[in-house]
Ligand binder design. Structure first.
Ligand code: FMN
Length: 198
């Protein structure tokens, strides 16, 4: 079976699923606006319940005021390495929808749908020769204020996008963790017929 990045698939899959991983060592080189928009184009085509497309993305390119603002909303542990990204993205989901009668109702799949869009972005990023690293470590209240997020939106995560740099560019503790991770065996999370508790 396919083996890439010291990751071995037990069943035949496309190599992109093993190739994609979340590094922290980034070169900090510039990313063009068009190049970045092409990554969001992939997210655009993600499926969503009733085709509501509840995902929202706020991006900033390195070297801009927006980049500094966005970086400041990340937890310190993430700022340490994400500061070298070429672009930072905050991913939001629209938590409510307006019905045909004008009623504002919770959109139950906003997070699920936005997760699909994030992963389309992540795979396209990998295909384009960049890497994407998601971060839940973000100060959501700070991000809402700093990025002027309107009500009925949830900050889901942030993402650092960059070109892979040598692990030697990282502080010692992060350098040790700089490798593609492994996964549980499929038998632990795929069940036939009914749920099987551990
Ligand atoms: C929603 C989400 C939140 C994450 N939050 C963080 C984070 O705050 N900081 C970090 O360094 N990595 C974060 N990660 C990266 C995960 O640790 C990583 O995806 C996981 O260990 C699997 O490794 P891989 O992406 O290299 O395959 C996050 C990933 C996801 C999908």
């Amino acid at each position: 079976m396919t083996e890439i990045n010291h990751r071995k698939a037990d069943h035949p899959i496309h190599s992109i699923f093993l190739e994609r991983w979340s590094p922290r060592a980034f070169t900090g080189e510039d990313i063009g606006k068009e190049e970045l928009l092409a990554l969001f184009e992939a997210a655009r085509w993600a499926p969503s319940a009733s085709n509501l497309q509840p995902w929202r993305f706020i991006y900033a390119r390195r070297g801009t005021d927006s980049f500094a603002r966005l970086l400041s909303t990340l937890d310190e542990g993430n700022q340490r390495w994400a500061k070298n990204a070429s672009a930072l993205v905050v991913i939001l989901s629209k938590t409510h929808r307006v019905t045909s009668s004008g009623e504002v109702r919770p959109a139950s799949t906003h997070a699920f749908d936005t997760g699909a869009a994030w992963f389309a972005l992540a795979l396209q990023t990998q295909l384009a020769g960049w890497h994407a690293h998601a971060m839940a470590g973000i100060d959501r209240d700070k991000a809402i204020k700093a990025l002027e997020v309107p009500e009925h939106h949830r900050v889901e995560a942030a993402v650092a996008i960059g070109k892979l740099a040598e692990p030697s560019t990282l502080p010692d503790d992060l350098r040790e963790r700089e490798k593609p991770s492994q996964r549980k065996p499929i038998g632990e999370f795929v069940f036939e017929g009914r749920f099987r508790a551990d």
